[in-house]
Design a protein around this ligand. Sequence first.
Ligand code: BGC
Length: 519
Amino acid sequence: MSVTFFSAFLQLTWASSLSFPSDFKFGSATASYQVEGGWDADGKGPSIWDRYVHEFPGDIKGNATGDVAGDSYHQWREDVKAAAKMKLQFYRFSINWPRVLPTGFANEINPAGVKYYSDLIDALLAEGIEPIVTIFHWELPVKMQDLGGWTNPLIVKWFGDYARVVYTLYADRVKTWLTLNEPNTVCDYFYNSGVFATRIKESDFAPFLCNKHMMLAHATAYRIFDKEFRPKYKGKISIAPHALWIEPATPEDEALAELGRQHQLGRYSHPIYSKEGGWPPSVEKVMLEHSLQQGHTESRLPAFTEQEIEFMKGTADYYAMNQYTTYVIRPSKAGDEAGMWFLTGSPELQATLYHPEKATYGTAYILPVYPEGMRKMMSWVKQQYGDYPILITENGFSSTGSQLDDHQRVDYIKNYLEQILLAMYKDKVKVMGYTAWSLIDSFEWMDGYETKFGLYEIDYNHPNRTRTPRLSSFYYSCVIAERSLDVAESCYKKDSSKVSSDDKNEIDKKYSPPVNDEL
Ligand code: BGC
């Protein structure tokens, strides 16, 4: 038992219990480009990731591409099988925009792409696994990028049109939706760093234009759903930002930490969840002051109209967040380099970010492991926006190499889930569920295939990309079966786990092994 887990364990057993309420759901997730492969199969159009990995192979570790990845485009039955073996209650996956709409525009639909997601949804439902669908997890169609991508206001309409197509196809069966995955990563991290698929480094305007348009695009997709689909199909919809918890370096830095949280998460939440709507006032003020100091005549954070503010307000049925990590903030000192938001600091906030001293690490250095941040982040959301039920849409541990005995991932899941219990029982946060990132190993963007998050390992040397369960998948299935963190080691350490061999055989029988003509 790790020290963190032990201390939180004591708090929980004193205070409440290690059990999850009956309506708490456990799931796992992947994202289309990271697992699908089939990059140009059956009429799919190119996304900015397809173009990027082919034009700049040297940018990515090991010259990796997502051309084949886990080959889920062909091997998706194996993913359903993995999810079924763990008895997941839901599986979150995303739709690759140009797989369904080859140019991105809604005038031309690709039937093979439509069928792919339709079959996946049906197979999940047949196993009693709820599909949770993300409409955009970063594969912008190239044609749209060439027209300015997320910095072009027209994308608000284009995204709305795409969302309508997706609802028309799947809203009869999909009841939980996410519009955009990590809009703050797309706008702030990607444009400030200049790496990742657009390869555009522009920090003055792009992050903020992108921020504005992503908020409006989300709201448009929500309003379309609400008006045209919800009356018939029901369902709930939200947006999943990267919820980085920001701690003050010293108690005196609390006001700066709060400004940092508003800058990181508030710009992507306040327009939707706050009573007054629009940008967080503290960020609006800092951005205006900084822009004027630079000689601009108005804020680089583009204003919303009153109508837009009303349009965005209340456009989420639950609060979704990807929560992995915590950074520390302090005021910048003379001689500090101008930081890059949200990795090393912010010129606008005159702040420097660094990693918590007591953090530990998996392979992904930018995601320090800091379980307490999970509880603090969840409680902050409640305190800011009220009692929205929270769904943790991603949380996971990175490793490298072939490692089936992934004890560190087991500890990670345990420690973070425990902070979720503390948030629920001690801070009275409403929680819908937890999503372990990721179901299978995947293309980890700039890190290629070296960094692995999977509960299942993928053999990238095998033509079928065979999936093998890691210890963490057995542990997670025990937690799901017990609905508790009070899980005996004997449950998951032997391959017995809660997945009895009878169950396994039955599931195996249902899914015939992949046949070669499907490749
Ligand atoms: C993204 C995933 C990514 C994960 C781990 C999240 O920011 O949504 O696509 O694999 O973090 O880095």
